[in-house]
Structures are given as structure tokens and as C-alpha cells.
Design a protein around this ligand. Structure first.
Ligand code: ASP
Ligand code: MG
Length: 254
């Protein structure tokens, strides 16, 4: 089983959904069961935030989460449609429908549990579940979001809940480099890196992966692979550990 996570750049244009559908179909040759997590298209989240502040300079955090969580819903539905156009059955789910339970804290919620009942039903039917990243639901039933870049953390949490030991992230760069490859074309590519080194790079501002996703993966020994949706090359973070270990989600404190 494998979790595939598609970042905002990989779904920036409508045509990308059809390309990604081919990539997903290709991965199903190797992995029988696949779960997808998607980000919002391109700069959709920024546009939704701007929209809110044009209407109210101090929007209520609850309403802001209601608004910004829609970005990922657009992506998940379009991807399900793209897969269907290619004859593959996929079903999209919001964070709430996927059973992603978070703290109450709007815009910075932590994932404290995942109850993937609906995802398991879809997998059981031989279909592909698509989960909206970046969002969840509090125990009181309020829609929450996980903080900017939070879809990476959704992907790792879904893997933990389904006991899947690998997550592949599709970005606009083929992995991690010693320097920013968009600034230095000769930057050295790193094919393998430890969780701790990836975490230091992410915390230092390298936009590789959401630091919380790396920390959560280390805690549960999930292997992360970063790939580009348009070119070859990859970076693997951490090692796969098939041992049976207790599931550990995020904690209130961090
Ligand atoms: N769409 C959200 C953001 O732009 C979440 C994500 O992309 O991971 O921050
Ligand atoms: Mg985004």
C-alpha cells in the first residue's frame, strides 16, 4: 500500500489533473492499494485568504477555516473526475469525512486521531480514496485547518492510520538539494537524507516538506520520498520499518 501526496504546484492547472491521473495509474501497477492526498491548486489558498480580508479585515478564525478548506475540496473532486475520465474509480473525501480528528485550534490545528472508516470501505471495493489535505474536524464537529503547508502532515497521518509505511510526495522539484535549486541550478541533489537532516532543512526555511510531517513520520518510522511530477530524480527520507508499533499522532503541545 502507498500514499501519494500531490502538492499545489502539481495541480496548479486543470490539465495537470489528467497528467497526475496517468501517474497514479502507473503507480497502481506496483501498488495494489493507493490512497491519495491533495493540496489546493497553485495559489488558491492565498487567493481565498485575500478574498476573506477584502470582506472583513479581522475574519473570525472559524469562518476563515470554512473558507480556506474549500481549496483542497476543489482539487480532490477534480482529481476524482480525471481518474474517472480514464476509467479508474476514485472517491473524494473532505478531511472531516476521512475521519481526521484535530484539536480545536483554528488555522493551527494538530491531528490527534484518524478514523479512516470511509477510506477503508473505498479501498475494500478496489477503488482509490482521495483525501483533501490541510483540514480536519474537531471533536466538537468544527472544521479546522492545520497551518500553511499542512497537507504534507495529512498525508503522513493518513499513512499512520492505515498502517502504510511509505508516502510519496509530488512537488515541482525532484527532491531535496543542498541549496535551493531554483536559485542555484548547480545545487547538489541529495538522494537520501535522515529525518533529522530533513527536519533541520525544513525548519531553516527550505520548502521541502512541512516540518510537522517529517516529525510525525519519524515518530512512526514512515519512509518519505520526494519526487517531481515532471522530471526524474527523488530524495528518500528515513527508512521503512515494517514492525508493528503503536500509532502515534500529534499531541496538543506540538
Ligand atoms: N493549501 C494549503 C497551503 O497552501 C495547504 C498545503 O498546500 O499544504 O498552505
Ligand atoms: Mg497550497
Amino acid at each position: 500500500m502507498l500514499v501519494l501526496k500531490f502538492g499545489g504546484a502539481s495541480v496548479a492547472e486543470p490539465e495537470n489533473f489528467l497528467k497526475i491521473a496517468d501517474l497514479i495509474i502507473e503507480r497502481t501497477q506496483t501498488y495494489k492499494k493507493i490512497v491519495i492526498v491533495v493540496s489546493a491548486m497553485g495559489n488558491t489558498t492565498d487567493r481565498l485568504l485575500q478574498l476573506a480580508y477584502r470582506v472583513n479585515p479581522t475574519p473570525h478564525p472559524r469562518e476563515l477555516d470554512m473558507l480556506v478548506s474549500t481549496g483542497e475540496r476543489i482539487s480532490m473532486a477534480l482529481l476524482a473526475m480525471a481518474l474517472s475520465a480514464k476509467g479508474v474509480q476514485a472517491v473524494s473525501f473532505t478531511g472531516s469525512q476521512s475521519g481526521i480528528i484535530t484539536t480545536e485550534c483554528h488555522a493551527e490545528a494538530k491531528i490527534v486521531d484518524v478514523r479512516p472508516k470511509r477510506l477503508l470501505e473505498v479501498l475494500e471495493r478496489g477503488q482509490i480514496p482521495i483525501v483533501a489535505g490541510f483540514q480536519g474536524v474537531s471533536r466538537r464537529g468544527e472544521i479546522t485547518t492545520l497551518g500553511r503547508g499542512g497537507s504534507d502532515t495529512t498525508a503522513v497521518a493518513v499513512a499512520i492510520a492505515l498502517k502504510i509505511s511509505e508516502v510519496e510526495f509530488y512537488k515541482d522539484v525532484p527532491g531535496i538539494f543542498e541549496e535551493d535549486p531554483k536559485k542555484n541550478a548547480n545545487a547538489k541533489h541529495l538522494p537520501e537524507i535522515s529525518y533529522q537532516d530533513a527536519l533541520s532543512l525544513a525548519k531553516a526555511g527550505a520548502k521541502v516538506l512541512h516540518p510537522r510531517a517529517i516529525a510525525l513520520a519519524e515518530k512512526n518510522q514512515i519512509q518519505l520520498t520526494i519526487r517531481s511530477f515532471q522530471e526524474c530524480g527523488e530524495t528518500r527520507i528515513g527508512a521503512k520499518n515494517e514492525q508493528n508499533r503503536p500509532l502515534q499522532f500529534e499531541t496538543e503541545e506540538g
